[in-house]
Design a binder for this molecule. Structure first.
Ligand code: SF4
Length: 113
């Protein structure tokens, strides 16, 4: 499987193959590329950003996952964000949804309101 490493701006083109139980990564210029390629094949994850409603205001609160979540959980994470309404005040880094959608990853605020 071909993929671009997005761990730094260089963007190495990786070739990631499964050889039995072993994952073989080539094309990486540094060890981070090997780790990225392996994770993308075995357990791809993404950071998720979004907006949640604020009680009594039109302007929503921007939020993100504190860590990357499995790609398969992204829809459930976005749904949980959509269902949420927060009360102000909120500071950057405040946990808005703990352990969202069974991932164990918190949704945190990315703005002060
Ligand atoms: S393999 Fe290393 S140098 Fe290449 S894009 Fe990934 S992090 Fe950057």
């Amino acid at each position: 499987m071909k993929m671009i490493c997005i761990s730094c701006p260089r963007g190495c083109e990786l070739d990631v193959e499964k050889n039995g139980n072993e994952v073989v990564v080539t094309g990486n210029a540094c060890p981070r590329g090997e780790e990225y390629g392996r994770n993308e094949l075995v357990n791809p994850t993404r950071m998720v950003t979004g907006l949640v409603k604020v009680a009594g205001m039109r302007k929503p609160l921007p939020v993100k996952t504190a860590r990357p979540v499995p790609k398969g959980a992204i829809d459930a994470v976005l749904f949980a964000m959509h269902q949420m309404t927060v009360q102000l005040p909120v500071k950057i880094g405040d946990v808005i949804i703990p352990g969202v959608a069974g991932t164990g990853v918190d949704i945190v605020a990315t703005a002060n309101m």
